[in-house]
Design a binder for this molecule. Structure first.
Ligand code: DQA
Length: 157
């Protein structure tokens, strides 16, 4: 039986950008076989174990992601964003990440540094608190672990 998280449980917004609605079918040799719905289910369960709740969204539209980052800044303790190709192009998303007072973890399923040269630069990573890439769908769960640690300030430095 699934339980509905208490609204007082700290919220982590997980935002997904363009083409990620096609996960599972889209270049599975790069992005894996799991669909975005599978990943959302895994995130919900993992967040519950960490004492967090999630709001998991996807849009193909840059402005929607900007709006959702602003919303996350007002409602969540942290945000996780896989901005897809907008990571490499969007100054608007870079500025939106800079504009909000919560840690933002950028994640990519693939290792963007081991692919085409145009994926090497991430404008959003320059604004993000931390970046996780190359772990496939597990990267979302690692990002949730990181959100927990960042919001608890459990850091060994
Ligand atoms: C991606 C990497 C991006 O370069 C690409 O445009 C995507 C997915 C990833 O998760 O590996 O859409 O963000």
């Amino acid at each position: 039986m699934s339980t509905i998280p208490d609204p007082l449980t700290p919220l982590v917004c997980i935002l997904n950008g363009p083409n990620l609605n096609l996960l599972g079918a889209r270049e599975p040799e790069i992005y894996g076989a799991r669909t975005l719905a599978d990943i959302e289910t895994d995130c919900t369960a993992h967040a519950a174990k960490l004492g967090l709740r999630t709001d998991f969204r996807q849009s193909n539209h840059e402005g929607a992601l900007v709006d959702w980052l602003h919303e996350a800044g007002a409602t969540a303790v942290a945000a996780i964003i896989n901005a897809g190709a907008y990571s490499h192009t969007s100054i608007a998303l870079h500025d939106a990440i800079k504009s909000i007072p919560i840690p933002v973890i950028e994640m990519h399923l693939s290792n963007i540094h081991a692919r085409e040269a145009f994926r090497e630069q991430s404008l959003t990573a320059r604004a993000a608190t931390a970046v996780i890439c190359g772990f496939g769908a597990d990267g979302y769960l690692l990002a949730l672990d990181a959100a927990k640690r960042l919001t608890q300030k459990v850091r060994n430095q």
